[in-house]
Structure formats: structure tokens, C-alpha cells
Design a protein around this ligand. Structure first.
Ligand code: FAD
Ligand code: MLT
Ligand code: ZN
Length: 499
């Protein structure tokens, strides 16, 4: 099954069956969009690009995989993909585009979930596929320096040879690039243990909109000289500059990893279990994930997977990572005994080996992919105070009753307060969409949440930024954008609202 998922995740480049052209063009699904007055790529531009990166790295046909997002919900019409192989090439290409006023859509593994990684109109796609070199690994300091197009899983595998690991992990690890992770400030399943990329990134190399190279590949853990500019580019979704390389602080790889899955009758109990888990295994806790019964159903129905437990309204996946197998197992057992003894959990099982542990993670991590098999997925990624977390899923279910919606499911990183609420229908349905938005964003804002916990704003959520950020903050963001990218060529139509 893991192989199948990996294959599907990688399908964004090669499989034309997966990326068939029946995905509606963004410009037709979102009428009223207006192309800005950017230049259009003509023959002399193609010649220039070919001189810089070589003809095979200027792709002008068969671009569906680059134009369509992973969710198959948005599709652009770019006719040019550029694949530079080093920072100097990126710089020359971007400088030229700046002078010619050609818009650019930066693209890593194209696994982004908010429509940010594909063009809206005919923006030139600048792919980081060939920027895939590891520059150095310092095993003593635990510091990795690599280019932006390195695939997350490949980096983790290389680091494992030095008893190190990447500080982040997510379901798309087999396809996503570290540059894409940095640009979305991806969270994932280890954030509660190792923190965000803002904390784990020591330095960046960035190409600015005018082609200038900003080299800040600093491997120092402490450096308080001036504004810490790298943070501007982390989570900027390619709107302020192109990340070409990064210096990442990597934790020591744990030698003992244990996982347990438990079934819970009430959502309130899940929160009690979270508190007790922190109390009993806090220092070795590396994952605390939530799935509801509907999440179980979608992976079982659509991917043929099976759960190790009977049906319960809620499931929790708890993982510990440490250095002493016996000690870590004993701690997890004590936690589970306590939870059982106090009748907090209905049933539970501990993974006996790596295969069982991986299976538990597959049940959680393939939810995104399983949903696609229903047809169209309306995907939401919000932060909420944990006590009201599941109320939104319940309210949404009532709201969409009787509509064309097929399911409404809730899963996510409960340990971080990050809920993934997903609704599906056989095909895109405007009525379902109108039932969801703006209700979901209003509800989130009214409950002091964030409309994007980790996926970002991209194309789909930019107009809702005011639900999470004040007018003054958005104005300052616009000033930064204007300063760094005065012509607005970097990932236009995304991230910041117009006007
Ligand atoms: P892309 O999708 O190619 O790009 C994402 C954005 O970054 C775009 O706006 C793009 O223009 C920009 N960009 C890409 N590379 C660069 C660069 N070098 N410089 C400047 N801008 C750039 N996200 C989470 O946070 N947590 C999860 O747990 C999680 N799980 C996922 C599971 C699955 C199955 C999938 C499909 C996605 C998941 N995601 C998750 C979404 C997530 O954003 C990405 O998978 C990942 O961070 C994007 O990396 P990418 O290389 O695919 O970037
Ligand atoms: C996840 O945690 O599985 C990802 O963020 C993807 C999703 O939200 O479906
Ligand atoms: Zn997630």
C-alpha cells in the first residue's frame, strides 16, 4: 500500500491518466479573474532560456502535470517550464523575466493544497526539479545544507546514514521538495516535537525578483546581526523570492520509535487523553494525530485499508521517539494502562513491529489521497482552540445535509490544534461550495482560529486573509511585497488580496 501511495504522489509528473485534462481551467471555474499586464513568452525568450539552461530544460509541450495541482482542483495554461540546474541559472532566468515583465510561478514537488504551485494564467513555471544536490551534512553539529529541489524523503534517507533526521515529516514526503516545504512553512506530523521550519532553518539562499542572489546560508545556530531576513521567505509561498538552497538544523535520529492506536467514544475524552499523554510520555512524544470514524471509512472504502481496531467515533495515533526501547515501551504501556484503568479509552493496540507502526501511519497519512477517489475534495486546514475543534465538523455536517456532498470528515494534528476538515462530492458543486464558504471561515474567525494552520493561502484562500490578519498587518505585507517585487512578477494572483 505504501508503494501505491508513493506512486500516486509521484504521479503529478508523468501519469497523464491521473492528470487528465478534465480538470476545469482556473479561469473558467473562477470567472471574473483578469490577467495582469505581463509579457507573453515569444520565440526570442525561448532562445534566451535555452541558452541559459539548455534546450531539454525548457519544456514547451505536454505540461498538464505542471499546470494541474495535486488535488486536481485548479489548472493553469502555462506554455513554458524552466528547469535551472544551479543558482546562477535561476538568477539569470529571473533577471531576464523581470526585465521582460514575464510572470513566474515557482514550483517544487507540486503537492501544495491551496492552488499556489500552479499558474493561474500563462505564468512561466520555474521548477526546482534539477536543484537537487546535497551540499553538505555536518554530523556533529547536525546541520544539513542542500538545494531547494531535494525531495524531503531523500534528505531524510541521506541523513539517516549519519544518525540524523529531517525535523519535519508529512504524507507528501516522497514528492515534496524542501524549497516547497520552506515556502509553505509546512507543518506535518512532527511539529509538536521539533517545532516549525522557522525554528529549524538556520539560513537560506534566495533569488530576488530582480535576479539578485541573497546568500544567507549561515550555518550558525546563534546570530543576532540585523533583521532575520530568512523568515520573510519562509511561508511566503514564492511571492517574495525564489528559495534556491537552505541550511537546516537536524535532530538526532531516535533509536526507539513506538506507536499506539486507540479508540475513543467522546471527543472531550480525546482532549483528556492529550493532556495525560503529555504528562506520561511528554519528553518522548513525537506524534499525536486524530481521525474520526468518517476518516476510517474513507481510507477503507476507497483504498481498501483495514483498521486494527473495531469501529469507534474517534481514533488517536500516539507516537513516541526516544533512545531506550525498554524505557520508552514501558512508559507508553503505563500511559495506556492508566487510560484503560480510568475508562478513558474504549480499546487500544500497540504496534508490535515496524510493519504495524507503518500501517498505523498509512491509515492516517493516506486520508488526503483517499478523499480524491470520491471525485472533488473541498479541503480545509484550520487552527482552532482544541475545546471547540470538533464542533465545526458537526456543524458542517448539519449544514451540508441534503446537498450533493458525499462526506464530511475530520482528521489532523490534534496535538497542534490543527484540524483538517474535508468535504467531498462526485464533482465540483457550486451549491456545496456556497454552503461551506464563507461560513467555515467566519466560524473559524469567530472562535479565534486561523483559516490556514499549515497549507497556506495560495490562490484559493488569499481573499480570506482578513479573517486571520488585521488590515494593518496585511497593509505591511503589501509594502514588503511592493519593495521586494515591485513589478509583481513572482507568483501573481496568490497570497495577498487585490486592492
Ligand atoms: P509546491 O506544491 O510545488 O509549492 C508550494 C508553494 O511554494 C507554491 O506557492 C510555490 O509557488 C511555492 N514554492 C515552491 N518551491 C519554491 C521555492 N523553491 N521558492 C519559492 N517558492 C516556492 N502540508 C503541511 O504543512 N503538513 C502536512 O502534513 C501536509 N501533508 C500533505 C500530505 C499530502 C498527501 C499532500 C499532497 C500535501 C501535504 N501538505 C502538507 C501540503 C504541503 O504544502 C506540501 O506537501 C509541501 O510543503 C509543498 O512542497 P512542494 O515541493 O510540493 O511545493
Ligand atoms: C495531512 O495532515 O494529512 C495533510 O496536511 C494533508 C491534508 O490535510 O489532507
Ligand atoms: Zn496536515
Amino acid at each position: 500500500m505504501a508503494a501505491l501511495v508513493k506512486q500516486l504522489l509521484k504521479a503529478n509528473r508523468t501519469s497523464h491518466a491521473f492528470y487528465s485534462t478534465n480538470v476545469a481551467l482556473t479561469t473558467s471555474r473562477y470567472p471574473g479573474l483578469k490577467r495582469k499586464e505581463f509579457g507573453v513568452v515569444v520565440d526570442k525568450d525561448v532562445k534566451f532560456f535555452e541558452n541559459i539552461v539548455g534546450a531539454p530544460n525548457v519544456i514547451r509541450s505536454d505540461l498538464d502535470g505542471y499546470n494541474t495541482d495535486w488535488l486536481r482542483t485548479v489548472r493553469g495554461e502555462s506554455e513554458t517550464v524552466l528547469r535551472p540546474g544551479c543558482v546562477e541559472e535561476v538568477s539569470a532566468l529571473v533577471k531576464y523575466c523581470y526585465e521582460r515583465n514575464l510572470a513566474i510561478c515557482p514550483q517544487g514537488g507540486n503537492t501544495g493544497l491551496v492552488g499556489g504551485s500552479v499558474p493561474v494564467f500563462d505564468e512561466v513555471i520555474l521548477s526546482t526539479e534539477r536543484l537537487n544536490k546535497i551540499k553538505s551534512i555536518d554530523p556533529t553539529a547536525g546541520i544539513l545544507q542542500c538545494e531547494a529541489g531535494c525531495v524531503l524523503e531523500t534528505l531524510d534517507e541521506e541523513l539517516s546514514k549519519h544518525d540524523l533526521m529531517m525535523p519535519l515529516d508529512l504524507g507528501a514526503k516522497g514528492s515534496c521538495h524542501i524549497g516547497g516545504n520552506l515556502s509553505t512553512n509546512a507543518g506535518g506530523i512532527r511539529l509538536l516535537r521539533y517545532g516549525s521550519l522557522h525554528g529549524n532553518t538556520l539560513g537560506l539562499e534566495v533569488v530576488l525578483a530582480n535576479g539578485e542572489i541573497l546568500d544567507n546560508m549561515n550555518p550558525l545556530i546563534k546570530d543576532n546581526t540585523g533583521y532575520d531576513l530568512k523568515h520573510l521567505f519562509i511561508g511566503a509561498e514564492g511571492t517574495l523570492g525564489l528559495i534556491t538552497a537552505a541550511t537546516i538544523k537536524c535532530p538526532t535520529r531516535p533509536s526507539s520509535i513506538n506507536a499506539a492506536m486507540i479508540g475513543v467514544e467522546k471527543f472531550e475524552t480525546c482532549l483528556k487523553v492529550l493532556s495525560l499523554t503529555k504528562k506520561y510520555v511528554g519528553e518522548i512524544l513525537s506524534g499525536f494525530e486524530f481521525m474520526d470514524l468518517a476518516t476510517r471509512q474513507v481510507v477503507c472504502d476507497n483504498l481498501g485499508l483495514s483498521y486494527p481496531l473495531a469501529e469507534f467515533p474517534y481514533y488517536l495515533l500516539i507516537e513516541t521517539s526516544g533512545s531506550d526501547e525498554e524505557h520508552d515501551k514501558a512508559k507508553l504501556d503505563t500511559l495506556l494502562e492508566h487510560l484503560m484503568g480510568n475508562e478513558l479509552i474504549a480499546d487500544g493496540t500497540v504496534a508490535r513491529d515496524v510493519t504495524q507502526r507503518k500501517h498505523m501511519w498509512t491509515l492516517r497519512e493516506t486520508a488526503a489521497e483517499a478523499l480524491l477517489h470520491d471525485g472533488y475534495c473541498y479541503k480545509y486546514d484550520i487552527s482552532l482552540p482544541q475545546p471547540v475543534w470538533y464542533d465545526l465538523v458537526r456543524e458542517m455536517r448539519t449544514r451540508i445535509e441534503g446537498s450533493a456532498a458525499l462526506r464530511c470528515i475530520g482528521y489532523g494534528h490534534l496535538g497542534d490544534g490543527n484540524l483538517h476538515l474535508n468535504i467531498t462530492s462526485a464533482e465540483y458543486d457550486q451549491h456545496v461550495m456556497d454552503l461551506i464558504e464563507p461560513f467555515l471561515y467566519d466560524w473559524t474567525s469567530a472562535h479565534n482560529g486561523s483559516i490556514s494552520a499549515e497549507h497556506g493561502l495560495g490562490f484559493k484562500k488569499k481573499q480570506y486573509i482578513y479573517h486571520s490578519k488585521s488590515k494593518e498587518m496585511v497593509n505591511l505585507m503589501k509594502v514588503l511585497k511592493q519593495t521586494l517585487d515591485p513589478k509583481g512578477i513572482l507568483n501573481p494572483y496568490k497570497y495577498l488580496p487585490e486592492g
